[in-house]
Design a protein around this ligand. Structure first.
Ligand SMILES: Nc1nc2c(c(=O)[nH]1)N[C@H]1C(S)=C(S)[C@@H](COP(=O)(O)O)O[C@H]1N2
Ligand SMILES: [Mo]
Length: 213
């Protein structure tokens, strides 16, 4: 399926669900699996039909927008930041979930402290080297399980899963985590990302089934 047809199909799917009167399900707070999700043991790959190859010497991450001190980090500088690991569950809006993903990398809060966002900053806009983008409320990025991950299961994040570095926000649907991450921009007003302009939710909390806008 070509990239454009895949995007159109996923957009039509959102429109169909909404037209059919999609309603978030109620769920017990003790459940580990969010409502409407199915557990998978594999690790499906979701992308836009492009898996950009970024040689490490050319890789850069820019953190900018409403911040006191914008930063562009190369691979060495990024690797010199404090590194953490976190095991979390992964929930894709297309209804598969994967438990116990062991990620390693730099905590979002470390980047936050590095650039010092201004008080007006309330949203974060991420872009990827493949042209992807996604938006997240800033407060959802400040949990200690939110990482810019370079490692998965003790090995480098593979290119198909978004290496050299990809964002992980375990408490939101996985489309909120940009693979091949290139820029992180702090904003005062929300700016819709790639799927969000195509009918997906601005916040994307799987426990509230925030699939479609
Ligand atoms: N840059 C980029 N990031 C992306 C995507 C993408 O197409 N491009 N797809 C998103 C979606 S819909 C999901 S479910 C996860 C999939 O991550 P995986 O391929 O490692 O399973 O990445 C998210 N981040
Ligand atoms: Mo997804």
């Amino acid at each position: 399926m070509s990239k454009q047809r895949y995007i159109e199909a996923k957009q039509r799917w959102a429109e169909k669900q909404k037209a059919a009167g999609f309603q978030p399900r109620a769920v017990a707070a003790t459940d580990r699996l969010p409502p409407g999700q199915k557990l998978t043991t594999g690790f499906p790959v979701l992308d836009l039909g492009v898996q950009p190859e970024i040689p490490l010497p050319e890789w850069k991450l820019t953190v900018d927008g409403l911040v006191e001190q914008p930063a562009t980090l190369d691979w060495e500088q990024f690797g010199a930041l404090p590194q953490v690991t976190d095991v979390s569950d992964f929930h894709c809006v297309t209804t598969w979930s994967k438990y116990d993903c062991a990620w390693g990398g730099v905590a979002f809060t470390t980047l936050f402290e590095l650039v010092r966002p201004l008080p007006e900053a309330r949203f974060v806009y991420f872009t990827g080297y493949d042209g992807y983008s996604t938006n997240v409320p800033l407060d959802r990025c400040l949990d200690d399980d939110v990482l810019v991950a370079t490692r998965f299961g003790g090995a480098p994040v593979t290119r198909e899963h978004g290496g050299p570095a990809r964002v992980i926000i375990p408490k939101l649907y996985a489309w909120k985590g940009a693979k091949f991450v290139r820029t992180i921009t702090f904003l005062a007003e929300d700016r819709l990302g790639f799927w969000e302009v195509r009918g997906y939710h601005a916040e994307g909390d799987p426990w509230k089934e925030e699939r479609y806008a």
